[in-house]
Design a protein around this ligand. Sequence first.
Ligand code: PMT
Length: 401
Amino acid sequence: MANLADKHIVLGVTGGIAAYKAAELTRALRRSGAQVRVVMTRAATAFVTPLTFQALSGNPVHLELLDPAEEQAMGHIDLARWADAILVAPATADFIARLRIGLADELLPALCLAATAPIVLAPAMNRAMWENRATQANVRALERRGVRILGPAEGEQACGESGPGRLLEPAAILAALAQLWEPGRLAGLSVLISAGPTREAIDPVRYIGNRSSGKMGYALAEAAKAAGAQVSLVSGPVALPPPAVDEVVRVESAADMYRAVLERAERCAIYIGAAAVADYTPTATAPRKVKKTAAQWTLTLTRTQDILSAVAALPNPPFTVGFAAETEQVEEYARQKRLAKGLDLVAANRVGAGQGFDADDNALFVCWSGGETSLPLAPKKILAAQLIALIAERYHGQNPA
Ligand code: PMT
């Protein structure tokens, strides 16, 4: 069970059908040792009575922003100062939108504006409302400000539909909440990772590829998952079993990978480009197998689009991490690549002669704005955990909760 001993948790309850589940969450928070103060929106009181939360939390429930009695007992500023974390569960689409634009029209959003403590949202709503571009844009904007988003889970909904939008189970919410106090963690953040090689078709049976095995990118995906992130992996063709992450998207060419990454990049908090993407692709793919009649064959190649630069150039880019595979001047080229592509962090490895590509071990030189470090030779799984901890630290440094 999650340990939240002596943590001060403000539980915000907003007006959705899942509000009744916040009662169970209140009990679970108290069982894990937390002190709980419940703040309800006006809409939430239409679903569950404040008395329920008062009984379960052992504290009066906070409802009004401008009630002199409440302000005297513990006003919104005092509540904001008291909180070690603000957990809003369920968080409705309306509340998420209000938080994004910084409204302070009732107690809960005002409290969130005044708080310096981490804010964690567990959304719950109809599937279509969750998938709506407006909600998705709001969620991603909040994530970029350091707000953690837990879920939602998929499944049957109260409205009879099925899909993403269910409130996460209390145990999952508590486990993710407890991770807030563990350093180097990515709880509630979505991380997109590219891995493996790409294949550029010459004709139906031949392609231009490279020696990437996917080991580094897959190890990063597992390490990000272990750090509590929601992980999407976009993978070129590799022989590895799929890792236990939230989404694995298989692609073949650099153009496929570009599309798969760009479709998801706006919605993620962190993008890590570990894939060895082809820099050039045949200008034309022959529709039939090319016969070996000529003594020589010249291929014309065209530059591929740079995925990493495109992600970093988005209007609201995620924290963007690039790799650099170099055979010489590793550190110098890494620094140059970070600046040239506008990246938050670069992890560079020496490649060639059994190094980097397809090896089980690797070593990295890592640089970011104002700092750099070296991670010495180690199995890729160990190195990945170290790199993820470093990325988490840099991410939280740029996006304080
Ligand atoms: O897969 P493994 O066998 O475990 O090997 C790991 C690795 C050596 C492939 C990995 O550690 C690594 O270095 N990946 C990046 C390889 C690479 O393509 O490096 P680069 O210096 O050519 O490219 C720099 C960055 O630009 C990379 O993040 C790459 O993903 C990105 N890129 C490149 C071309 C392109 N069209 N789009 C891109 O996003």
